[in-house]
Design a protein around this ligand. Sequence first.
Ligand code: PMP
Length: 309
Amino acid sequence: MSKSLAFFKGKIVPIEKAKVSVSTHALHYGTGVFEGIRGNWNADHKAMYVFRMKEHYERLLQGCKILMLDIPYSADDLCGITEELIKACGYQEDIYIRPLAYKSEELVANLKLHELDSDFTLIMVPFGSYIESDGAINCCTSSWRRIDDTIIPPRVKITGTYVNGILAKTEAILAGFDEAIMLNQDGGVSEGTGENLFMVVGDQLHTPMISDNNLTGITRDCAITLASEELGLDVIERRIRRSELYLADEVFLTGTAAHITPVGKIDNRPVGKGEVGPITEKLRNIYANAVRGNNSKYAYWCHSITLET
Ligand code: PMP
């Protein structure tokens, strides 16, 4: 039987006990940094494979540095806390793991990061697919522009930044699309609201640079590795213009929640044949096996936790 627990104020407690005050700084100002990590249940192995956990915590700690969030844990400590909570919760299904470092000070009118207390909390929930679709999804270019590094650093997962993606995602869904693609202030392609973006052009894979206001995506890094090592594609990181997406052979999005998601249409124009493209299909399958601990070459991406059954 699984239990709904949280790591809160330094210990594991029932989720109902993990509560913050309405005066909490992060609630008012979005002064937090979070991560989204997947735990993939492999019923044959009776094990939970936590995907690239250490890299997620390294990115969380980069965000903590930017936001002056002083938490008393290293990336290894955070991996240890996560393993402990996974064992205590006992989920035997796919889970989404959500660590959050935040300004916990209960004093509202203070905008000086260096004066504010910080804390760390961790929750996890059963989680299936993020974007419901067996085929290729239907995207639009958002009317909302991607936040710039001169405004709030987008390379890490700062909670307040997500208002930007949430406006874009909501607009896209209400207009009948599955996901929004965001452009930078100068019109260059940035990314989806919770995914990095790739474009297949002949035997090359093109993706915007991280400095184009993208999150330093961990699935992006996997896609780059798999495309070059498994499919022998050249991967080119460069500035991409909107109209190039319409003319690409294939476009796909990558993210912890979204995995590798093919894009079939952008702004009502079919991408390639408007279906799942052959390169995307291959990458998606290799990735799907790797995340569940079924590809020994990429076993180093997975942290396996065997649960008492
Ligand atoms: N961009 C944004 C804005 C995101 O929120 C995410 C999800 N974390 C991604 C890209 C993909 O990053 P990752 O592959 O590390 O999950």
